[in-house]
Write a protein that binds this ligand. Structure first.
Ligand SMILES: [Zn+2]
Length: 103
């Protein structure tokens, strides 16, 4: 599985919440159709993105501080100290190691 499991769960519950909201906002057939569309589109969207990243496994490794897989090409990070977007292990602007992955 190329899909990040945690990301998938977040999207799954997020789309669940949205679909419940749609049931309330829209009359019956449209709410159901919209909810189904979300459940179909979200996994496809995630899958495409995971494939583009090519082996996006271990993107959570950044929490350990410069994880082995965290240096993968194509993965960018946002510095928690100065919000600078960068690649690699350390923020080039302020030198902070505190970062989060930017998908
Ligand atoms: Zn920084």
């Amino acid at each position: 599985m190329l899909i990040n499991y945690k990301t998938y769960l977040i999207f799954l519950f997020g789309s669940l919440a949205v679909s419940i909201g749609l049931q309330m906002l829209l009359p019956w057939p449209f709410g159901l159709i919209a909810a189904l569309a979300i459940f179909i589109v979200f996994p496809l969207f995630l899958r495409n993105r995971a494939l583009k990243r090519m082996g996006g496994m271990g993107t959570d490794a950044g929490s350990g501080g410069g994880g082995f897989f965290g240096q993968g090409q194509g993965v960018k990070y946002i510095c928690l100290a100065c919000n600078n977007r960068f690649k690699g292990g350390i923020c080039p602007r302020c030198g902070s190691k505190m970062k989060r992955a930017d998908f």
